[in-house]
Design a protein around this ligand. Structure first.
Ligand code: VAH
Length: 315
């Protein structure tokens, strides 16, 4: 049956592109976008849109009833850097929104849930390279703690109430359509804008800080592949490791210099360095590959070409 979809947090970095792609697949009228404000006016004007507070259970329930929603993509969250500044708000938004949506699925008001986790669920004690699907998980950030707790609840609701919830541990995501908000990996987006506008960039992470990253097109494709997979092919109901490409600011800068020879980068690590240092350098995503056919499409050179061309840079 064709789903009727509600995207909560549709104006965000992932939500805005996910909304447009889902509308291409299922039709605009079947994909309801929602967010706490119309922070992406173009998106809000591109189809059905509701003002919705992800922490307000009554508002979510009314929206589900009004539109006959079957599937909810809960994309609203406070990311790692901002969450360190506002721990209480981060916990409230990241956790209570999830409980509301899982409860609606438990009570059969909706059929399927997507919820984004993150490689932030890993911590300083986790093996850094080719981090396995199951390993030591001691996140040291507010965001990572909320995502690990959320994963545990997703698996609990699946095992105890049969809720069809699916999740991906996104790496750092790189996109050009929306400006990112409050992430530690945001340098990998800002750098392209600054390279074009100023020809230089001051990076808030150290040159050799290698992190798992992914181009947004790959992340959106993975999300939809997972949600379209047969339920019995999904063996992991906490959240799937997913890998795109790992690189550090120095390597990224070199790919930009191939297109903008005069581009220069300097390094001034700030509080986000400690967050990045607690995360893995690379991810083993073999369960996603074997269970639902995942394969990344963009390497670092391709990402740089995509970003510069879409940001209207012509060498
Ligand atoms: C952040 N972009 O930086 C997010 C992501 C792995 C990082 O979860 O907080």
């Amino acid at each position: 049956m064709t789903p009727k979809i509600l995207i909560i947090g549709a104006c965000g970095q992932i939500g805005s592109e996910l909304t447009l792609t889902l509308r291409d697949i299922y039709g605009t009228s079947r994909v309801i976008a929602s967010d706490i404000r119309k922070s992406n006016p173009e998106l809000a004007a591109s189809g059905p849109f509701e003002i919705l507070d992800a922490t307000d259970k009554e508002q979510i329930g009314s929206c589900i009833d009004k539109h006959g929603i079957t599937d909810v993509y809960l994309m609203a969250a406070m990311l790692s850097a901002t969450a360190e500044k506002y721990p209480d708000k981060a916990w409230d938004l990241n956790m209570n929104s999830l409980f509301h949506v899982l409860d609606f699925a438990r009570d059969k008001k909706i059929k399927k849930v997507f919820w984004p986790s993150s490689i932030a669920v890993f911590g300083p004690g986790t093996p850094k390279e080719q981090t396995p699907q199951q390993t030591i998980m001691e996140p040291s950030t507010v965001y990572g703690i909320s995502k690990l707790a959320g994963e545990r609840w997703c698996e609990y609701y699946y095992k105890n109430y049969g809720v069809d919830v699916r999740s991906i541990r996104y790496p750092g995501l790189i996109s050009w359509k929306t400006s990112p908000g409050g992430g530690t990996t945001d340098y990998a987006i800002d750098i392209y804008h600054q390279a074009i506008e100023k020809g230089s960039y001051e990076c808030f992470l150290d040159e050799n800080t290698t992190l798992p990253m992914m181009y947004m097109d790959d992340a959106i494709r993975a999300t939809i592949s997972l949600m379209q997979a047969e339920s019995n092919s999904i063996k992991i109901r906490s959240s799937y490791n997913l890998s795109g490409v790992s690189f550090n600011p120095g390597e990224l800068a070199k790919t930009i210099q191939k297109h903008i020879p005069g581009f220069s980068i300097s390094y001034k690590p700030d509080f986000r360095q400690k967050i990045a240092d607690s995360w893995p350098g690379s991810i083993d995503d073999s369960p996603a590959r074997t269970q639902w056919g995942w394969k990344a499409g963009f390497d670092l050179e391709a990402i740089t070409e995509e970003m510069l061309s879409n940001l209207n840079f012509s060498s």
